[in-house]
Ligand binder design. Sequence first.
Ligand code: F6R
Length: 610
Amino acid sequence: MCGIVGYVGPKSVESVLLVGLTRLEYRGYDSAGIAVIDKGDLEIRKEKGKIKDLEKLLHANPVEGSIGIGHTRWATHGEPDRVNAHPHADTRRKIAVVHNGIVENYQKFKAELTKRGHVFHSETDTEVIPHILEDLLSQGKTMAQAMQHCVDHLEGRYAFVAIYEREPDRLYFARNGSPLVYGRGHKEGFLASDVSAIIPAAREQVQIENNQWGWVTRDTLHLHNGTGTELPVTPVKIELKLAHLDKGDFDHYMLKEIYEQPDMLRRIIQARMTDDGKVEFPESVLTNEYQGRISRILITSAGTSWHAGMIGKIYLENFAKIATEVDISSEFRYRNPIAEGDTMVIAISQSGETADTLAGIHEAKAKFCRVLSFVNNTTSTIARESDAIIDLRAGPEIGVASTKAYTAQVLNLLLYAIHLAGIKWLISKEDRQIMFQEIRKVPQKIDEILSRAHILKEWAQDFRETKDFVFLGRHYNHPTALEGALKLKEISYIHASGYAGGEFKHGPIALITEEVPVVCIAPQSEVYEKMFSNIQEVKARKGKIIAIHSEGDEQTPAAADYSFAIPQAPDYLNPLLAVIPLQLLAYYTAIERGCEPDQPRNLAKSVTVE
Ligand code: F6R
């Protein structure tokens, strides 16, 4: 949440910052700004809205220089307007700061500094930082001493970057909780919330860790720990390529990412499943001896990753016979989960930066549980703070609504459950190979579903004015119903709720009218007949039925108003297939309604506040 970028080097700082901010826009897009030291003076430009609005402002009123910082905001404190936009400055406008996170004790600083004559303009927590720095400089402290003071006294989660007019060759930074990476190019230095903002110019990176602070010059990074000791730095090569961030011929990242799913799943299958019936997770350092002992699993994750976790629970219980609980991360830490015996915690996170999930990991560690994280970003904070990781291998996901990371999570969780079942001798090699044959067919089946995307596009025209949707599914597809509803509401702003089919009659059925479409996920499985009963219940109340059913089923399409067939598959693979038409339905409905699917209102891709 919020993207920050800093640059010092020979290029036009304005354009480096704008490119970086555009790549970070997925982290927030309600206002943006930059600060540059222009011919010795600190210049700040900021604007409400997206980066293109800031660009317009800069076109009319440009800045020049070789050092600067930029910010794209997802508002926490103070409404999204120009005054609250970052960068924020001190009273004399000599220091500018961009910040991602929340300074929890800002009120205390603000009150003290106001008494001492500092003038604040915004409602943000961030604005105290340049004022604290200014105050300390006026007492004779150096910037380095002032930064150390901030690390000692600021509470909450933050990553911030500061520039000071009198030191136009360095970017000061500090981190506690929110992500920050240093990038080194040729005689140029970068800081950013993630490396996507600074490639290809930055070729090597250093992840800044909690309680670290320092400064960046054109040539190097000066890094200190929380007690002020200078640390050695070992930059590592940045593997991410610009081509990974390209939208290609697609109108939106979300659509591109939906279409990437077959090849992505092929790559995961290729990397994980061996010809002799084994599943391999070479990046996980957990031993078979330990994994064979696991008696209980607690899964913690948020949003779409929580839905994947719900399916993961079924896999782990069905195949590996391990009692598994799944919690929304923001609840997990408050329910004081019991962790006895060999309880392992699984955290699932595409970004690897979700604050709630990270807090869940801290809770798990406090209970001495080992943490295995399924992450798409292997250098993320969650990856670094876990005992072991499983790399989702989805490739960069830029669309704010998660699509391919979800199917990557589901497949990796299935493979992990099979892996554990293998360690515990619960599934024979022959049975595993039968499962593998079915899993290998999934990408081709998704290709086939995608070839009929035009059907969903046509349906979407009928739902332009729809106000409410209901999604129903059972067993493996209860989470699919929740995910279908989440996708639709987050990008098309239509209210949508997902329910377990059996729960429908216990209340939600009261919602059904002719105006409310009900998406019934009813592929062939042991719960098919029960789902068909749900369809009948909706029909009896004149609800509009949108059915997702298996090919060859004639009964369901006959009862439905809209029906979409998915290829037949074993029930445990149905969620990977059934979610695809729901992703497309959400996407095309959003387009019909004139919504921007890659940047839905009020959302951000990486949720780094609790
Ligand atoms: C919805 C979506 C969110 C995320 C959630 C967790 O499309 O993307 O619900 O799934 O914010 O994010 P990660 O997986 O990064 O921890």
